[in-house]
Write a protein that binds this ligand. Structure first.
Ligand SMILES: [Zn+2]
Length: 374
């Protein structure tokens, strides 16, 4: 059975170590020690090489004793949003806070503490299980670097569960967008703004004309968004601007729809730019692949059955943000993000209900049990 005082002690120990992105070594060492004490085989990979971090991702493997069981992976990230030095956990009316000078670090130590609690119970109660993999990643908060740079051949599981989302136990995030960062560079022609502006082609004006033709902006539907986040152009106020660059963030979990959106957007902008005598260069980069898992897929069924077994109301959800789950899906491992209760994250007001720590551990355990039934 999950023990509140024990999981709280683990959580407090984990968040007491300063763990900013890029310097996760002390946390990785502590987690390694704890995993090994629980009979888990541990390896650290090279994802942190080239100055990315003081450590790599920590991988754990618990060999199964139930033949034919589904192999599951649990993932959580080790880094926390600064300030993370000197975190003190304050307990008040069943809720955990920091003392207001640091983040709490529940994002994402709730995932790690819950995994360790589940492992303790598996060991103590000798619960039969299939192969279980654990992945504690570096650098999530600065762009999922740990997952981007891992060696995908290390992924040996059928299903992945990322423990890094707000909401109550039972909430399953099965849709999250593929995201593009599309950079548009408009080239015009420079001229003196006062003496002969008619000889110039103003790239800033062409860019704004193109943008003004977009039929919508912000949110198109429940899962499709488009936003301009950056624009720069011109060299001086007395020169007709010969260059303007702007960047559009486009997101949708349906990749075909997203590609069509990007192409249609580009066409509209290009028409205006070329009609005005300018040239357009377009560069599309992938910010992250989609989580696109239907509710009746096996990875979703397993998480839902486990939640039901614990009495957690199951709810499938969409999130517009990216997490490590997106990049794991990108490697072909169907991965869902599970709600762990973290709240007001990335602020010094961050909080976590004690019961969410307990429920996350219960859900992990239930998934492991359920996987052994298949
Ligand atoms: Zn997180």
């Amino acid at each position: 059975m999950v023990e509140l005082e024990r999981i709280l002690k683990t959580f407090t120990e984990l968040v007491s170590i300063p763990c900013p992105s890029g310097d996760e070594k002390k946390e990785a060492d502590l987690i390694t020690k704890k995993l090994q004490a629980l009979g888990v085989q541990v390896k650290v990979d090279q994802a942190g090489a080239n100055g990315i971090s003081t450590t790599g991702n920590v991988w754990g493997f618990l060999p199964g004793n139930v033949p034919g069981a589904k192999k599951v992976l649990f993932e959580a990230h080790m880094d926390s949003v600064a300030p993370t030095t000197g975190t003190k956990v304050i307990r008040k009316d069943g809720v955990l806070y920091s003392d207001g000078t640091t983040t709490l670090g529940g994002d994402d130590k709730v995932g790690i503490a819950s995994v360790l609690e589940a492992l303790q119970i598996i060991k103590d109660e000798q619960i039969p299980h299939g192969d279980v993999q654990f992945l504690f990643a570096i650098g999530e908060e600065t762009g999922s670097y740990g997952i981007r740079y891992l060696d995908p051949s290390w992924l040996k599981s059928d299903f992945g569960y990322c423990l890094d989302c707000g909401g109550s136990a039972g909430e399953i995030f099965n849709y999250s967008p593929q995201a593009y960062r599309v950079t548009y560079t408009v080239t015009g022609k420079a001229a003196h703004a006062g003496e002969e502006p008619e000889k110039g082609i103003n790239a800033i004006m062409l860019a704004t004309k193109g943008l003004s033709k977009l039929p919508w902006y912000g949110r198109k539907d429940a899962m499709t968004t488009l936003s301009i986040g950056l624009i720069k152009g011109g060299k001086a106020s007395n020169i007709v601007a010969d260059e303007c660059e702007f960047v559009i963030d486009m997101r949708c979990p349906d990749v075909q729809k997203l590609d069509a959106l990007r192409d249609a957007t580009t066409k509209l902008i290009e028409q205006e730019v070329t009609a005005g005598g300018g040239k357009l260069k377009v560069n599309c980069t992938l910010s992250g692949p989609a989580v696109f898992v239907k509710e009746d897929e096996p990875v979703a069924n397993l998480a839902a059955a486990a939640a039901k077994a614990e009495g957690f109301p199951v709810q499938f959800k969409f999130t517009g943000g990216l997490s490590d789950a997106n990049f794991l899906c990108g490697y072909g491992l169907p991965t869902l993000n599970l709600a762990t209760g973290m709240d007001k994250i990335h602020t010094t007001f961050e909080q976590l209900k004690e019961k969410d720590l307990v429920n996350t551990a219960r859900w992990i355990l239930a998934i492991i049990r359920e996987a052994a039934k298949k």
